[in-house]
Design a protein. Sequence first.
Length: 262
Amino acid sequence: MTLPEPPDCTRCADSAARLAQAEAAVRARDEFLAVAAHELRSPLNALGLQLAVLERELQRLGDARLIAQVGRARRNVDRYVRRAGALLDVSRLASGELEPVRAPVRQREVVEAVVETYADEAAFHGALLEYELQGDHVGLWDERMVEEILSNLVSNALRYGAGSPVRVRAGGQDGGTAWFSVADGGPGIDPAQRARIFEKFERVVPHSRDRGGFGLGLWITAGMVRAHQGEIEVRTPQAGGTEFVVRLPLHPEQASPEERRT
């Protein structure tokens, strides 16, 4: 009878040490992202306020051309403020502490705000950005998070849709659930990549020439959806392209940190 070899304690100790080092590196990274988010948001918020004051003054003077230019600049600053906030959301998501601040939110207002925000970017890409509302539902959601969810999906559709029309749709279904859909007619996503696109530091189109961003958008999006006890899926429409569908309960129950943890 041959007895099994005793475990290699040295190898076990080395593995434990490497695991501890990796966990420490992750904690350090999350702390850095939280500090970076704070340091970025403060000056951006100040710049946004200055642009808002300037925009109001120009409206008083009636210079339509400058009003439009300053308005675009202010909206772009607002977008970068949200991106800085997304860095802070990284550490909150990783620790399961991303807690929605719920209040009544109108689905229509979220869709219209996001479409208006990305109108200039759509024009830059030569893409038609349109929306369709099937009813107007009110959900008990975190408005900032829901806007961020939809913004990330619209931004990706414009960036990777190759100038194709981007269509945003929203509505409700039986059982107290609202849904949002963002579809483009671009090259689509390789089916082999779909299982990974909601992971950290993954990009929708890894080989795209557009390498901007941190590869966190869809991971954050999925985490915010889970924080609302919703679900998100990606699929290929019959006509081609890519469609993301988000479903959110109108009145979600309180989720535990374990349910939100990634």
